[in-house]
Design a binder for this molecule. Structure first.
Ligand code: TXA
Ligand code: MG
Length: 352
């Protein structure tokens, strides 16, 4: 493949021609990198197994890791997913009135969640309509992960394309998610035709993934929509930290995601370095306060604000990774609110 173009979207003219170029590539079955409010995504036609295969190829992503499907509008939800699976084996064991009320409750919960958080950084895992979303997109699972991006550039492309777009984060597999157009191009240069550039993303960490199930909301991945916000909509259960092997029950929760090339370890804020770690050889990812003597230092949020910290996290990790240090130490952050998503990503980055 020839050079990967980075197309600006600042003026209405630039946006118009970038959207046209993206839609043309998508219609030809090519993947294109697009900004979302969380991280940049690598999008392709979610109804086409061949287009989806190009995503796995460009990312070098293993085929057992399913993709998130991004909808152009709410009307698409019932075309790609069910609220309750008509083939659910539990259905046979229930009287039909009981199944009916279970299905109504699931529908009600999903409607309330989409009403509150869509378009936005919430992904829902629901029973999949396999006639619309092929096996390769969902890695053969009976479910599909769906969301609707609030980013104006993503929304414009999805609307002009007029169909669902499969879009994982636009990084090579296991690497740090891109939060700028330049980072997306750095990851996938020569592998895809286009990146639409809209500068840094607003949230900086990937969407919250939730599976609604019998009145419970299972959090498969913490993100910008916090457990505290979700508690209003059902009993919140955390499933994220549990998967340790390569084929987790909640897939995608592979432990060594988001890894910089430089080994990374976690320490408490302000605490001493692990033995044998000379500051002059290392890099520090500080929570609030810089410390002297390191080869490189990044501070997530001097004010201790988790929103600011999340927005800076991946770019800071990339800069420290490029600093030529032997190791990175990252300070743990408080895990309330968005801090849970930050600690989730840091723990995975440290896990190899
Ligand atoms: O914010 C985001 O969600 C970004 C932007 C681009 O939308 N996308 C993103 O995609 O983070 P990705 O592929 O990097 O992460 C999606 C995660 C994976 O861990 C995947 O395993 C999980 O979602 N996933 C996808 N389908 C699933 C399903 N049916 N059940 C459980 N987990 C699923
Ligand atoms: Mg990813």
């Amino acid at each position: 493949m020839a050079e990967t173009s980075l197309l600006p979207t600042r003026t209405p003219e630039e946006l118009g021609s970038a959207v046209r170029a993206a839609v043309e590539a998508l219609r030809a079955g090519e993947p294109v990198a697009l900004p979302t409010e969380t991280v940049y995504g690598l999008a392709a036609d979610a109804r086409s197994p061949r287009a989806a295969a190009r995503i796995f190829e460009a990312k070098e992503r293993p085929s057992f890791d399913p993709l998130i499907v991004h909808l152009p509008d709410l009307g698409w939800l019932e075309r790609v997913a069910y609220f309750a699976d008509p083939d659910d084996p539990r259905r046979e064991k229930m009287p039909s009135s009981q199944w009916g009320s279970f299905a109504r409750h699931q529908r009600e919960t999903v409607k309330r969640l989409t009403g509150a958080f869509w378009p936005g950084p919430l992904t829902l895992v629901l029973p999949r309509r396999s006639e619309m979303i092929p096996d390769i997109v969902a890695a053969g699972l009976g479910t599909v992960a769906v969301r609707m991006s609030a980013h104006p550039v993503f929304a414009a492309v999805a609307a002009a394309f007029g169909g669902p777009l499969a879009a994982p984060s636009a990084n090579r597999f296991g690497r740090i998610s891109p939060t700028t157009g330049a980072h997306a191009r750095e990851e996938l240069r020569g592998r895809i035709p286009l990146v639409l550039d809209a500068g840094p993303t607003a949230h900086g960490v990937e969407s919250t993934i939730v599976r609604p199930e019998s009145g419970c909301l299972q959090i498969l991945r913490p993100g910008p929509v916090t457990a505290e916000q979700l508690a209003e909509f059902g009993n919140v259960i955390h499933l994220s930290g549990q998967a340790k092997d390569n084929r987790p029950e909640a897939p995608g929760m592979l432990e060594s995601h988001y890894a910089p090339r430089t080994p990374l370890r976690l320490i408490d804020e302000g605490s001493g370095l692990p033995t044998g770690h000379e500051p002059a050889r290392g890099a520090l990812l500080a929570w609030r306060r810089r410390r002297p003597g390191f080869l490189a230092v990044e501070t997530l949020s001097p004010a201790g604000n988790p929103r600011e910290a999340a927005a800076r996290l991946f770019a800071a990790m990339r800069r420290l990774d490029a600093a030529g240090a032997d190791w990175i130490v990252a300070e743990r952050v408080p895990t309330d609110g968005l801090g849970a998503a930050i600690m989730d990503r840091l723990t995975r980055a440290a896990a190899r």
